[in-house]
Design a protein around this ligand. Structure first.
Ligand code: NOJ
Length: 551
């Protein structure tokens, strides 16, 4: 890896590019993205100016939940390649200056994982069952589930098994799909296994892990009913989210990561709406960073964004951690499409929250360009979701027969779910698969809209006003400007739908959330603007500017 230029640990200010591998690029012509496809585009990512990639799960999996149902944590799904290719990818990424983060899924395994198969075969009361959360049912003949917990994907969080003797038997817990049984983290074997999996990948050069549902894992021992407390964003003292005991797990993981040279890092996925609870995950002896979903779910309004930014900075900085800013990922509707809607109320973050509201995609794209400049100017680290540099919108009209998200099935075909943000990337050409595959006749695993010929890398690359050109310029400037990255900001109190802050030395970011041009509240030379047509001293509507200030 190239030598760091400052003493700041890289992860405090890294821009990490999220690779949803099945949709990034197909290198073997079968319509599914894979490691070969990713290796063929490492130069594109290095040139874009990101510091690292995070690869969504690539392990063997029946794909009941997009690979988050892992059947073997120490191998690669044949659809994506081989372990040897994974090792080559990590080495090649390092050669072009990119670090590699992987995805670890400690809350659950696939129901095809050898542990779960053994648990089913071994029967009630066995040591194998203890690795998961099996309980007898309630009611007559145990025909009702052990408690009222619900799956995040809809329906009950419990499934009843047929015992080896053919009789209806115990129930097992799955906070997600039935194909994703929850592990029992009170069992020391679970803890040992995951520590060993970390070492397996760290030994192969992985620079760190994104931790899936990091706030889950531990369940209250007596599994009490939830009553009215169902929801993704938990309340304090929730029986299965954000239990205090989970922090011991991560203290152990941190010791392992710190034992490597260079030390490995973690980023937590913890959907908490309380920045104070979130900050607990990033105390100095725990995880390094945690995604800041408070920012992601804030509506695109000056007041809401300022509150989200200020609160997040205050809470994370209080424990010495940088904030991780993120606008999109593989679980939420792409932000161009969220921002295309009226932002008076909480925007909603899933397709199903927003799809009934009128959309103005041109406005969504303008706001997305401004949001990119805002986010990349904030103190801390940033995660970009593949395709946001192309301004891709959510694909809202995927034909139902293509929908794979478990929510679709479990909601009785009423909640479309997350496939619309996972459509394979358009790289080049006039028709699908738009260079996504090495095979021009390949059928991408999710259909790409015909209009995406305008959003290919090939087209945007040559356009000085394109969003791709904007991202690239911003990422390169971010590396050059000492004011950006880790550090602090100072708000300018300007009001009127405008947000402005300065960062030392000599930098200001101004964002106009309104629909008419405003006078710039600060003097300076324009470094970069999300709307290239701004007049002298003015900021266009729905636009952001980076300025070099002398003050
Ligand atoms: C969060 C992941 O990002 C999501 O895609 C997955 O469905 C759940 N965790 C369950 O693993």
């Amino acid at each position: 890896m190239p030598e760091p230029q400052t003493n700041t640990p890289w992860w405090r200010e890294a821009v990490v590019y999220q690779v949803y591998i099945r949709s990034f690029r197909d290198g073997d012509g079968d319509g599914n993205g894979d490691i070969a496809g990713l290796r063929s585009r490492l130069a594109y990512l290095a040139d874009l100016g990101v510091d690292a990639i995070w690869v969504n799960p690539w392990y063997p999996s029946p794909m009941a939940d997009g690979g988050y149902d892992v059947a073997d944590f120490r191998d690669i799904a044949p659809m994506f390649g081989t372990l040897a290719e994974a090792e080559a990818l990590i080495a090649e990424a390092h050669d072009v200056g990119l670090r590699v983060l992987l995805d670890i899924v400690p809350n659950h395994t696939s129901d095809q994982h050898p542990w779960f198969r053994a648990a089913l075969a071994a029967g009630p009361g066995s040591r194998d069952r203890d690795r998961y959360i099996f309980r007898p049912g309630t009611g007559a003949d145990g025909a009702a589930p052990p408690n009222d917990w619900r799956s995040v994907f809809g329906g009950e969080a419990w499934t009843r098994v047929i015992e080896p003797d053919g009789s209806p038997g115990e129930w097992y817990l799955h906070l997600f799909a039935p194909e994703q049984p929850d592990l029992n983290w009170d069992d020391p074997r679970t803890r040992r296994e995951f520590e060993d999996i970390l070492r397996f990948w760290f030994d192969r050069g992985a620079d760190g892990f994104r931790i899936d549902v990091a706030h889950s894992l531990i369940k209250q021992e007596d599994l009490p009913d939830l009553g009215d407390r169902f929801g993704l964003l938990p309340s304090i003292d929730h029986p299965h989210w954000d239990r205090d005991e989970v922090h011991d797990v991560y203290k152990g993981w941190r010791r392992i990561a710190d034992g490597y040279d260079p030390p490995r890092v973690f980023v937590a996925e913890a959907w908490l709406d309380d920045p104070e609870r979130m900050a607990r995950y990033v105390r100095s002896d725990e995880l390094h960073t945690t995604f800041n979903f408070v920012f992601l779910i804030a509506p695109w309004r000056a007041d809401a964004i300022r509150t989200a930014v200020a609160r997040s900075l205050a809470e994370q900085n209080a424990v010495g951690a940088p904030v991780v800013w993120v606008l999109s990922n593989h679980d939420v509707a792409r932000h161009v499409s969220r921002f295309a809607r009226d932002q008076a109320e909480l925007a909603g973050f899933s397709l199903d929250d927003i799809m009934d509201r009128p959309a103005d995609l041109e406005l969504g794209l303008r706001r997305a360009r401004a949001a990119a400049l805002l986010m990349l100017a904030l103190p801390g680290s940033v995660y970009l979701y593949q395709g946001e540099e192309l301004g891709l919108p959510e694909v809202e009209d995927l034909p139902p027969e293509h929908l794979t998200d478990p929510t679709w099935r479990r909601s009785g075909n009423t909640v479309r779910g997350r496939d619309g943000c996972r459509v394979p990337l358009p790289w080049s050409g006039d028709a699908p698969p738009f260079g996504f595959s090495t095979n021009d006749d390949a059928t991408p695993w999710l259909p790409q809209p015909a209009g995406w010929h305008e959003r290919t890398v090939e087209v945007l690359d040559g356009d000085p006003d394109s969003i791709l050109t904007l991202y690239r310029a911003a990422l390169h400037l971010r590396r050059e400007l000492p004011a950006l990255g880790d550090g602090e900001l100072a708000w300018l109190d300007v009001g009127g739908g405008v947000l402005a802050f300065t960062r030392a030395p000599g930098f200001a970011c101004v964002v106009n959330f309104g629909s008419s041009a405003v006078e710039l509240p600060v003097d300076g030379r324009v470094l970069l603007g999300s709307d290239p047509r701004v007049g002298e001293g003015l900021l266009a509507p729905h636009a952001a500017l980076w300025l070099h200030t002398t003050g």
